[in-house]
Unconditional design. Structure first.
Length: 177
């Protein structure tokens, strides 16, 4: 005779996460009762250079301590969102400053071009405007790198604190399973 299997109802969840952090997310979600079903890589035809993967998970609907696990999971997701925001903030303003500097350099080059095509050409003005133009085209690279380093110094300790908070949340979730 065949043994009857007990029915288990599952709830399902899909989460799209950065490719570099997929393992961390998978490990953390397991502490809230989720079991990994698969990791979906984006199709090469659709997005050849995708930085995200989709994690598909399932969890027993009648898991013990479901309410507390769900609360801890929401805290985890809030922490990961804060980390993503801080990671983006490290490059946002440096990018803006580099772009503004490059645009100002381009404006000087436009002035230099207008000076040389003027009738009669004003060569001294062309040279005078070309100097800050080239500086405005070269400086953004170095400006960007320096500002990113400053932002990293500012945000890295906060990101480390959030990661520590995530690990504590995961420990609590694991203890409830």
């Amino acid at each position: 005779m065949r043994e009857k299997k007990e029915y288990i109802g599952y709830e399902y969840k899909e989460v799209t996460v950065p490719r570099e952090q997929a393992s961390m997310y998978a490990d953390c979600y397991e502490n809230f009762g989720w079991e990994m079903e698969e990791t979906v890589q984006p199709s090469e035809n659709i997005r050849p250079v995708s930085h995200n993967v989709t994690l598909r998970m399932k969890r027993n609907r009648k898991i013990v301590n479901k309410m507390e696990l769900t609360r801890l999971q929401r805290n985890f997701e809030a922490c990961t969102h804060e980390i993503e925001v801080m990671e983006e903030a490290k490059t946002r303003m440096p990018t803006v400053w580099a772009l503004v500097t490059g645009i100002i350099g381009t404006a000087f080059m436009a002035g230099s071009t207008f000076a040389v095509v003027h009738t009669p050409p004003i060569i001294w003005l062309c040279v005078l405007l070309a100097i800050p133009a080239f500086i405005g085209w070269i400086l953004p690279y170095f400006l960007y790198r320096r500002l990113v380093e400053k932002k990293k110094e500012k945000y890295e300790p906060m990101i480390e604190e959030k990661l520590e908070e995530i690990y504590q949340i995961c420990e609590k979730g694991h203890a409830l399973l």
